[in-house]
Every structure is written in structure tokens, then in C-alpha cells.
Write a protein that binds this ligand. Structure first.
Ligand SMILES: [Zn+2]
Ligand SMILES: [Zn+2]
Length: 137
């Protein structure tokens, strides 16, 4: 006896494979298109994408280090400023402040924040939390 249900199931499975194979094939042939598409999407939705990644960073502070590393590669002058500052601190030319410049904040994990990377020795001392906030404003 003809099993309609079984037939439908088999038809579905057969076509499912076909559909999957087809989309896989398309993907293989359009990998570059996909990258271009992503770039185009990013360009057109830059603000939305940036906003989303900012939110993501806030929700996942543990990832900010990796972001920092990437940002550093993008902004060598920033890296240079930090390097000079650290060197002067080690030499004792500059003393790390002992409190965050944000009023009422008592955190002690202080970072030197550069307002101008061309003046590597002029920094505001802020705690890690407020430093993160300054950069995500
Ligand atoms: Zn900073
Ligand atoms: Zn603070």
C-alpha cells in the first residue's frame, strides 16, 4: 500500500539534501561575493554595527583586551605614547597617581589616559573602568 506520509517524508529528505548541496555549492562559488557583501553591509550600516560592537564590548569587558590589541595595531602613535609613558614611569621620571580623576571613584587599577598621543607624558590617571568608559563614549 502506498504510504503517503512515508512518501512525503522521503521526498522532503531527498530535496533537503538537494537544497543543502545547492546552497553549499553557491557558498563555495560566492565566498568572495560574501566578503564584499559583508563589507558593503558594514559601510551602509556602520553606525549600527559600531553601536552593536560597543554594546558587545560593554557586556563582555573581558574581550576588550583583544579589541585594544587590534586598536593598537591600527593606531601605532597610541602604542608609542604608551610605551614612552611606561618607560618614564619605570625610570621614575613620572609618578603614577594614586587615585582616579573621576570624582568619588576609589578604584586603584589606574591607567594613564592620553588626551593627545603627541604628548606622551601628559596623561590623566583613570581607573580601568573609567578608562574603558572614556574610550567608549
Ligand atoms: Zn586612554
Ligand atoms: Zn574611576
Amino acid at each position: 500500500m502506498f504510504d503517503k506520509k512515508e512518501y512525503r517524508k522521503n521526498y522532503y529528505l531527498k530535496n533537503r539534501d538537494k537544497v543543502l548541496a545547492k546552497s553549499k555549492e553557491w557558498y563555495q562559488g560566492n565566498k568572495e561575493h560574501k566578503a564584499a557583501y559583508d563589507l558593503e553591509y558594514y559601510k551602509n550600516n556602520k553606525e549600527r554595527v559600531d553601536e552593536r560592537s560597543r554594546k558587545y564590548r560593554n557586556d563582555h569587558p573581558e574581550i576588550s583586551l583583544e579589541c585594544l590589541r587590534r586598536a593598537r595595531a591600527k593606531f601605532p602613535e597610541k602604542d608609542r605614547a604608551r610605551h614612552i609613558l611606561n618607560y618614564q614611569i619605570e625610570k621614575g621620571e613620572i609618578t603614577k597617581s594614586c587615585s582616579c580623576i573621576i570624582e568619588g571613584c576609589d578604584r586603584t587599577d589606574l591607567h594613564g589616559h592620553h588626551n593627545d598621543y603627541n604628548k606622551p607624558l601628559e596623561v590623566d590617571w583613570v581607573c580601568a573602568k573609567h578608562h574603558h568608559e572614556i574610550h567608549t563614549l
